[in-house]
Design a protein around this ligand. Structure first.
Ligand SMILES: [Cu+2]
Length: 119
């Protein structure tokens, strides 16, 4: 009886370990267009994204103004990532920047080519 219990326990633990392994292995990549202007903006946006749970890496290309994010889809999603960028004061795809955060940005960072910020 004791032996069977141990067998069940080890079996269960193996399944849990496997599930965890699968869970952590699954990652996704997202590319979000932003209103970043300069090196400071890049840093600000990347920092904001790293604060989001599940984000593994964030890299903004200042030439394209797009940020490439590697994340765990079971911990976060693209909406949350866009929101984090908005809360840092920047547009994310068609999602406009948070007005308060935008107003707090240094003036140079507020210069936006394609104006879709703050509604
Ligand atoms: Cu800037």
């Amino acid at each position: 009886m004791k032996y069977i219990l141990i067998l069940i326990m080890t079996g269960w633990m193996a399944i849990q370990a496997k599930a965890q392994q699968l869970g952590t292995k699954k990652i996704e990549e997202a590319k979000i267009n932003t209103s970043a202007q300069c090196e400071m903006c890049k840093e600000r946006i990347e920092k904001a994204l790293y604060k989001v749970k599940g984000v593994i890496s964030a890299n903004l290309d200042l030439h394209t103004k797009a940020v490439t994010i590697i994340y765990k889809p079971h911990k976060t999603n693209i909406e949350a990532l866009r929101k984090a960028i908005n809360l840092a004061g920047y547009n994310a795809d068609n999602s406009p920047a948070n007005t308060d955060a935008y107003n707090k940005l240094p003036e140079c960072c507020q210069k936006v080519g394609n104006e879709i910020h703050h509604k």
